[in-house]
Design a protein around this ligand. Structure first.
Ligand code: KG4
Ligand code: ZN
Length: 405
């Protein structure tokens, strides 16, 4: 390929000022268990979005194994980028910039994407933009709704994934300005996606747990088990200041209690034998599907699954709308892997469409494909940063604990 970065002709020592503004950004994402690349035009038109997931690698362990994730990223990154470029029908020389997730995430996984992106940008003589994965999730929503015009400000953004359950207050003064974010709520323990994953594992379902619970919950009675979220109060002490920037307990989440409540239910109702049988039966199926799992769940188990999902969804909606009210938001954005959940999407939309909540503005979700990790969201978030001249330094590294706001 003429435009391959290994070709010395493709590596002129161009400065940022000399690079023609094609508007094309190649985004690269490798923060957890998905290797992704995407080409996005002007931060809003997705020309390609390729995601290689590692579910089958981690499924036997019921969670992501960091060393295996890094190895899979290393294996996948070159073919995934080549495929994204080919699907978009653009050459490396056409790119205006390369963008990459710098954090948060698994250190070894992030390093694969960051090292690859730095090398590619350097070889091509193109600018490199570093993107916060959480800002990426927020931009997955903005990207897909951009053609309807900019979101009314300020926004309250719920980012709900395997590693985060955070509420942000976000705004952008004008379309040319950068976004500002402030944390206004967060989980004090597990993330919601983590609770989906742990409960699915406990019940002998597949990994990641969210899609399994989502697919099975519609077959159960959501009122079967009356789960309750006890009030969560921030623990503020002089010696150990709270990591939570809000003092409002209404905007804090906690999901470790419900996970324990599911475990107790399993113990008290003697569900262990049926769970063991389900694990063995699913292990014997080469690529088990939701109907396979459904055939292995009795009404009591389906009721437990539906009740768990209903409780988590109710809690996410209630706190997000409380935040929107409290901060005078004009738009609510919901993103991250759990935003793919059909009950969360349906209930949010119905509540606001029917004017049944105190807050009645628009609630925007990404498509289900762009809810979970992808690189289109990284390229989209990079667009504003690139326009602002916010380029990554030569010393860019992986930032596993990077925060937003
Ligand atoms: O955003 P994401 O792909 O990766 C992280 O940044 O963590 O989110 C992954 C999380 C997992 O916990 C997964 O179980 C959850 O999102 N998830 C879902 C659904 N699809 C993925 N949770 C509930 N319902 C779903 N349909
Ligand atoms: Zn994510």
């Amino acid at each position: 390929m003429d435009d391959h970065p290994n070709n010395p002709d493709a590596a002129p020592a161009a400065t940022v000022g000399e690079v023609p503004a094609s508007g094309l950004i190649l985004g690269i994402e490798s923060s957890c268990d998905e290797t992704a690349a995407s080409v996005v035009l002007h931060g809003r038109q997705v020309l390609s979005s390729v995601v290689a997931s590692q579910f089958s690698t981690h499924a036997p362990y019921g969670g992501v194994v960091p060393e295996l994730a890094s190895r899979e990223h290393l294996r996948n990154i070159v073919p995934v980028v080549r495929s994204a470029m080919a699907q978009a029908g653009v050459r490396f020389a056409d790119l205006e910039a390369v963008a990459v997730t710098e954090g948060p995430g698994l250190a070894g996984a992030l390093l694969v994407g960051v090292t690859y992106a730095k090398t590619l940008a350097w070889a091509l003589g193109k600018p490199l933009v570093a993107v916060n994965h959480l800002e990426g999730h927020i931009h997955a929503v903005l990207l897909e709704h951009a053609r309807r015009g900019p979101a009314a400000m300020p926004v309250v953004a719920l980012v709900v994934s395997g590693g985060h359950t955070h509420l942000y207050l976000g705004s952008q003064a004008t379309a040319e300005d950068g976004w500002q974010y402030r944390v206004i709520g967060r989980t004090v323990d597990d993330a919601a996606g983590e609770a989906f994953d742990k409960v699915a594992k406990l019940l002998g379902l597949g990994y990641p747990g969210g899609p399994w619970i989502d697919g099975l919950a519609v077959h159960g009675d959501p009122a079967a088990v009356p789960f309750r979220f006890s009030e969560v109060r921030p623990r503020v002490s002089r010696q150990r200041p709270s990591p939570v920037t809000t003092s409002d307990p209404d905007l804090l989440f906690s999901f470790s209690g419900i996970k324990t409540a599911v475990l107790r239910y399993v113990e008290n109702h003697n569900l262990a034998p049926s769970i063991t049988a389900r694990i063995a039966a699913l292990a014997a199926i080469p690529e088990p599907t939701i109907p396979d799992a459904l055939a292995l769940c009795d009404a009591e188990t389906l009721g437990l699954i539906a009740s768990f999902q209903r409780a988590v969804v109710d809690n996410l909606i209630q706190r997000t709308l409380a935040a929107a009210n409290q901060y005078g938001a004009r738009t609510v954005l919901v993103s991250g892997g759990v935003a793919a959940n059909r009950e969360l999407r349906d209930r949010f939309q119905r509540l606001t469409a029917e004017n049944r909540s105190a807050w009645t503005g628009p609630v925007l979700f990404p498509s289900r494909a762009l809810s979970t990790d992808n690189a289109a969201m990284i390229a989209a978030a990079a667009w504003t940063r690139l326009r602002q001249g916010m380029l990554a330094p030569d010393s860019l590294s992986a930032e596993p604990r990077l925060q937003l706001g």
